[in-house]
Design a protein around this ligand. Sequence first.
Ligand code: HEM
Length: 495
Amino acid sequence: MADAYFWPSVSAISAIALVWFISQSRKNRSTNIPGPRGWPIVGYMPHLSPHKLYDTMKQLIDDYGPIFKLKLGSWNTVVIADYELIRKAFNEHDFSFRPKLFFVEFTSQGGYGLTGSNGQLWQEQRRFALRHLRDLGMGRSSIESHIQREALAVTEDLKKTMGQPIDLSFNLNIAITNIVWAIVAGKRMEYDDPTFLGFMEANNRNFQLSTRMGIIGFIPWLKTLLPESWLGLNFLKETRGQIIDYIKDLIKEHKENFDPNDLRDYIDHFLAEQARQGEDSTFSDLQLITSVANLFVAGGETTSTTLRWAVLLLAYHPEVQRRMQEEIDRVIGAERLPTLNDREQMPYTDAVIHEVQRFGDIAPMGVFHTNRNDVDFGGYIIPKDTLVMGYAGECHRSSKFWSHPDQFRPEHFLDAEGNLRKNVQGFFPFSTGKRICIGESLARLELFLFVASIFRTFDFHLCSEPTPSLSGSPDSGIVRLPSPYKVRLELRMNL
Ligand code: HEM
C-alpha cells in the first residue's frame, strides 16, 4: 500500500518543488535587475532633470549596464539603453502598451485617441490613421504645396520683425500647426484669426503644463494632498477644455456639411467610417475628438521645437549656416521656391537637419511604454506594469556611433564623398518598432522645406546675452526644449 503512494507522492513533491524553483528563479531574475537606490517618495526623479540627464544616465549605464531599473516616484521603471535592445523590445507586442500615467490618462481621456490608447482600439485606430493620413498626402508630394505656402507665409511674417531681437516660438508653431490643420480639418487659418490664436495659446500652454508637471504623473497621490491650484491642474483642465470645445465645434461643422462623395480631410474620413461601422465600434465621437487633439499636439509642438533647435544651432554655428546657404543658393537660387525634389541634390542641408535632430534630441527618453504581462527580456523578467523607457539619448550621444558625440557636426551624416549617409545606426528621433511616430514622413518634409525656405531668405544672428546654453531648457519635460533665446534676422534675398 505504502508503495502505491510512494511514486505519485514523490512526483507531486518534485513537481511542486520544480514550480517553486522556477517561480523563485523568475522572481530573482526580476528583482535582480540592477539599478540605484533612489530617494524616498521621489525615487530617482531629481537626478533626471534636463541639464543632468545625459551625465546621470551615462554614469548609470557605466555602473549597471544597458538594462537597469529606476524608481520614478511610485513607478518601477526599467531603462533600456542600447540601440539593438531598444529596437528588439519595441518591436515586441509585449512592450507596445502605454502606462496609466496621469498625463497619458488625461490626454487620452481615459484611453482613447492615438498616443495613449492600447490593445485592439489602438491597433485599429493606428492602422486607420496611417492609411488615411497617407492618402491625404502626408509624406507625399501632394502636401508639398501646403508646406510651401506656410513656409512662405512665415517668412513674410518674419520680414516684419527684421533687425529686432525676436523669439521665434509662436510664428513657427502657427505655421506648422496650419499644415496639420489642413490634413486633419481641411482648413487654413489666417495667422491673426482670433479663434486660431486662442486655440494656439491654449494648445501651447497645455503642452508646456503637461510636460512640466511630471511630478503628479509619477507621484499620483500628491493630487489628493495638494490643492489643484498649487499644482496648476485647474489651469491645465481649463486649457484642455478650450481645446476640446474647439475640436467639438469643428466636428459639428463637419457633420453638418458632410458629403460621403467628397471626403475632404481626416475628420470626414473618420465620419464615413463611423457611419459604416456604427457608434459601437471603435469609431466613436470621443475617439475622434481625442485623435484630433493628439494629432495637433504631436504634430505641431515636436516639429516646431525641432525647427527652434535648428535656428539656435545654426545661429550658434555661423560657418555651418553659411555653408548650407551656399548649397541652397546653388541648387534652388532666387527664382523659385524650394521643392521636395531639391533634397536629393542637397546632402549638406539634409545632413544639417539630421544633425539638428540628433543633437537637439527632442525626445531623449522617448515616450514611455509598458508591458501588461511579465516579460522575459535581455536575461531578466520584467514584471508586468513596469514603465519601460527606451533611452534614445544614449544612442544619440554615444561615441559608438558618432565621432564627436557632444559636438554639433553635420559631417556625422556625410560619407567621405559628401553624400548623405542613409539608415545610420544609432539614430532614431522618431522612435522605432510598433509605436514608431505616425508623422515621421510629414515631419521630414516639413523640416526640409522650412529650413531651406527660411535660411534662403534670412541670415540668423544670435542676440541673447548671455549666450544661451546648448544643453536644453530647464523647463523641458518629456520634450527637450532649447533654452529660450532671441535672434536678429537679416534679409539675404527679397523674394
Ligand atoms: C520632428 C517631429 C517629430 C518627432 C521628433 C516625433 C517623435 C515621436 C516619438 C519619439 C514618438 C513616440 C513613439 C514611441 O512611443 O515609441 C512619437 C509618437 C507619435 N507621433 Fe510623432 N514626432 C514628430 C512629428 C509628428 C507629426 C508631424 C505627427 C502627426 C501629424 C506625429 C504624430 C505622432 C503620433 C500620433 C504618435 C503616437 C503613436 C502611437 O502611440 O502609436 N508626430 N512621435
